[in-house]
Design a protein around this ligand. Sequence first.
Ligand SMILES: O=P(O)(O)OC[C@H]1O[C@H](O)[C@H](O)[C@@H](O)[C@@H]1O
Length: 448
Amino acid sequence: MAHISFDASKLDKFVHDNELGEMQALVNAADAELRNGTGAGSDFRDWLNLPEDYDKDEFARIQAAAKKIQSTSKVLVVIGIGGSYLGAKMAVDFLHDTFYNYLPDDQRDFPQILFAGNSLSPSYVHDLIHLIGDRDFSVNVISKSGTTTEPSIAFRIFKQRLIDKYGEAEAKSRIYATTDQKRGALKSEADAEGYESFVIPDGVGGRYSVLTAVGLLPIAASGIDIDQLMTGARDAMNAYTDTDLTKNEAYQYAAYRNILYRKGFTTELLENYEPNMQYFAEWWKQLMGESEGKNEKGIYPSSANFSTDLHSLGQYIQEGLRNLMETVVFIDKPNHDIDIPKEDGNLDGLQYLEGRTMHFANTKAFQGVTLAHTDGNVPNMSVHIPDQTPYTLGYLIYFFEVAVAISGYLNGINPFNQPGVEAYKTNMFALLGKPGFEELGEKLNKRL
Ligand SMILES: O=P(O)(O)OC[C@H]1O[C@H](O)[C@H](O)[C@@H](O)[C@@H]1O
């Protein structure tokens, strides 16, 4: 029995009984492409066995570095973008007190984890510097390519601040670089300057890298048990190997979303009922969007946070264009539950909820929404997770990783590349005046 469960029982209105079975042969083929390495992008499948097959020495170094960061710093600035930031951000949010980063230092056992280099906003960097103030900090700069513009700029700025505050030598000891084993400007700089470095394995793409040093160092620095995270992922790895669609729920999810996609449900909303899961959806969106959106096709990954967004997006979901499907990740047992208080009289009309808890109300909202949206012709699926522990998160991460790989092969694309991301970068370099892009720069400037 899997630790998390996938529920497609509300799909009967949209998917006939025999349709899942009809996908079995295609799923078998997708599984063979993935497991045997005969599919496109096969060099980037090392995440598949990563929960077992990881560098144990480096893992120990990550734990030691996390301890050092905890003892020397009140803040860890994590610099990265895309896959080099979303995994750590979603995990830190998911596994901590909702207001972890807001707590005063004396109410937090571990450093504040703050992120930079995920936009080009000068105001954001200014405000982050203000927030850090004169507190001790360290920097974890993360980039697989080692050349991405946003983190490179942010790193220059925070490196300068480290040098100004601590001097060159100590600044170097407060910089942790996570990058490629051999290539890239960050790798060259880390070698030249002697930063403590961690490796993103060649065969693990950015969006699949949360269980490498990319995610693990910031997560461990925030005091999370990363052994448990890996154990959860390992158990999921072993749980989702059967190609039989009646047994493998990750494959089932992949199959159902493709059945629905072929019927015109081209946008999938990942939804939660827990505000600290907002970034889980952001991580999921990169995983799904970069994996599947190519060759002019693919499910568009979107998200909504409930019940909040029921009061903004809810109208559209209920009655707008019928191209939506929904997948809810629901936590069966929240970290905390709160009683709805008793009150004399019934002025607010809430007496009927006395003796109930907020989780009861949240669960009923989830159930009510599922039925209403199903009636409104939005197919609903859900993934139930028992709790918000590192073990469960590791499990959930692997569930979606293996599902999107199968889903991508079902849809006939390479789920491991992202060629489309280069188009804007080329234009940006040309407009910024980067050497080598002069001719394009001239052409583009005329069009502005
Ligand atoms: O880790 P980096 O090489 O800096 O890349 C960071 C991100 O940016 C790129 O543009 C890719 O589209 C992403 O897949 C990647 O995660």
